[in-house]
Ligand binder design. Structure first.
Ligand SMILES: [Zn+2]
Length: 498
């Protein structure tokens, strides 16, 4: 009889951010896990909990638990509320996955063990992969933030030459460098002067670009002369927003400058950002941006701008075709078939059912509590009117319950908002993975750029090779998914635990 009783440990975790929110408390998790153990006739050998604080992000007891399980001969089972309680990140998953453990994700109704069907393991991996923090951390969020900043009229990155930052958002004219910019526009707008000649002319007139580089490079001057910021707007991803900063030149002078560029429209003066990889890839040797130029009238080549003086300008040359070939490979590493995507999405939706049911349960219980409090407040008011209780007593109770009512209402709002976007974000992410190759192959330069920025980071060129890292969660797709493997059947692991 004793042999049939399973010995387990339970694990609960709450992060510093979650501590204030209802429904994430350690006691709530422990209660759920203890009930589960009791219903399933399990013996809890030990309970482990981690409460993270802003100061201490370590997981002392998580590690203690793994140590305990490694040494234990009678127990190899963890009960935990949900996937994201056990793993904070991928390394956690890898650590746990390497041990012969049986994991019960109680609220998700999922058991994973060394003998699990491969589909269950795969599904579990996907859940980890899709864990909220990965999806939410996508650069898309950052981009939204930047767009918001631009819409408000603030510069989104480093302030342009000629300005200095007053605080995190606001830029003001820098009296030291601004005259250089103004004069550059005036001279170039007159026409008949090349960028190199312009740089020399400014130097002759006594203008210093930077102490280390008294004469600006052509690309640096061109960058200034094409920046709409100087006449008072913010140009972000092709959208124009009204700036909050003081313009340095008039729109008229800017337009005349652009007209001069059109007259002087040799390919080598093409706008830097029209080149696919310009501003996106850095030189691995000196960290400067690489810039593009056209050779023999049609071939695009990239080279280091050498702006920091460490590299000879243009010491490396690589053709766009060679770069594209390598990046297309990078993109195709994360592509999945439509079949895979549908399968994963369906599985996500199924696993979300438990979440949803839990949320609805919590909501209905909160609504009940809310009604009870309201009734109490109404009743005690009647008691006060009837002089059954003192004014003081009424005031005290009234304040207490109103405060409680407010807390409950906040929790209701939190639950209503929670998890709504989870599936949607997962679907977006999967769609990108499914369409990635096509998006790249058939996209125009700006679409390609967007996709590459979405998926990759830290692009550098070394000789003829491009180096890069995948952003999360694409990194897992890039190395993890065996795309040729036959899909396991979905229905085999959808049994509720009862
Ligand atoms: Zn370089």
């Amino acid at each position: 009889m004793n042999k049939e009783i399973q010995k387990v440990v339970i694990y609960a975790r709450v992060s510093s951010k979650e501590q204030e929110k209802e429904g994430f408390s350690i006691p709530a998790q422990l209660e759920l896990l203890r009930n589960y153990a009791s219903v399933h006739n399990m013996i809890i050998l030990k309970e482990f909990e981690d409460v993270e604080t802003a100061k201490c992000q370590g997981r002392t007891n998580f590690n203690e638990m793994l140590k305990f399980l490694k040494n234990s001969k009678e127990c190899n089972t963890i009960l935990v509320e949900k996937t994201d309680r056990l793993y904070r990140n991928l390394p956690d998953y890898v650590t746990v996955d390497a041990l012969p453990l049986e994991l019960h994700f109680v609220k998700e109704g999922c058991i994973v063990s060394p003998t699990s069907h491969s589909s269950e393991k795969f599904m579990h991996g996907i859940k980890v992969l899709m864990a909220r923090q990965y999806v939410q951390n996508l650069s898309e969020e950052v981009k939204k933030g930047l767009t918001q900043k631009a819409k408000e009229g603030f510069v989104t990155g480093k302030q342009p030459y000629g300005y200095k930052k007053l605080d995190k958002k606001q830029c003001v004219i820098d009296e030291q460098t601004a005259p250089y910019v103004k004069r550059a526009f005036e001279l170039y707008a007159e026409g008949n002067i090349s960028l190199r000649a312009l740089s020399n002319r400014l130097f002759e007139e006594g203008f210093i670009y930077k102490p280390n580089t008294p004469k600006a490079y052509k690309t640096q001057i061109e960058h200034i002369l094409k920046n709409k910021f100087y006449y008072g707007v913010i140009d972000y991803m092709g959208e124009i927003y009204e700036g909050k900063h003081e313009p340095l030149i008039t729109k008229d002078l800017f337009d005349r400058t652009q007209e001069a560029f059109r007259k002087d429209n040799k390919p080598k003066h093409m706008i830097a950002k029209n080149f696919l990889f310009a501003g996106m890839v850095k030189c691995s040797k000196c960290g400067c941006n690489i810039s593009g130029e056209i050779k023999k009238g049609k071939y695009i080549y990239y080279s280091c701008t050498g702006g920091r003086g460490e590299c000879e300008p243009q010491h490396i040359y690589i053709s766009e075709a060679k770069l594209e070939k390598q990046l297309l490979q990078a993109i195709s590493n994360i592509s999945i078939t439509k079949e895979h995507s549908d399968w994963i999405l369906q599985a996500l939706k199924d696993s979300f059912k438990d979440e949803k049911a839990y949320c609805e349960e919590r909501l209905s219980s909160l609504q009940k509590q809310k009604q009870i409090l309201r009734d109490r407040i109404d009743n005690i008011y009647l008691d006060k009117l009837d002089k059954k209780i003192s004014e003081e007593f009424w005031q005290e109770k009234h304040n207490k319950w109103t405060q409680e009512l407010l807390t409950i209402q906040n929790n209701i709002t939190a639950y209503e908002k929670a998890n709504i976007n989870f599936i949607e974000q997962g679907a977006n992410f999967l769609k990108i993975c499914t369409d990635a190759e096509d998006l790249y192959k058939y996209g125009d330069n700006s679409e390609k750029k967007q996709l590459l920025n979405y998926v990759l980071q830290n692009l550098t060129i070394e000789g003829e090779n491009i180096h890069y890292d995948y952003k999360k969660p694409f990194d897992i797709f890039a190395k993890g998914l065996n795309r040729n493997k036959k899909l396991p059947r979905l229905d085999s692991n959808q049994q509720p635990l009862g």
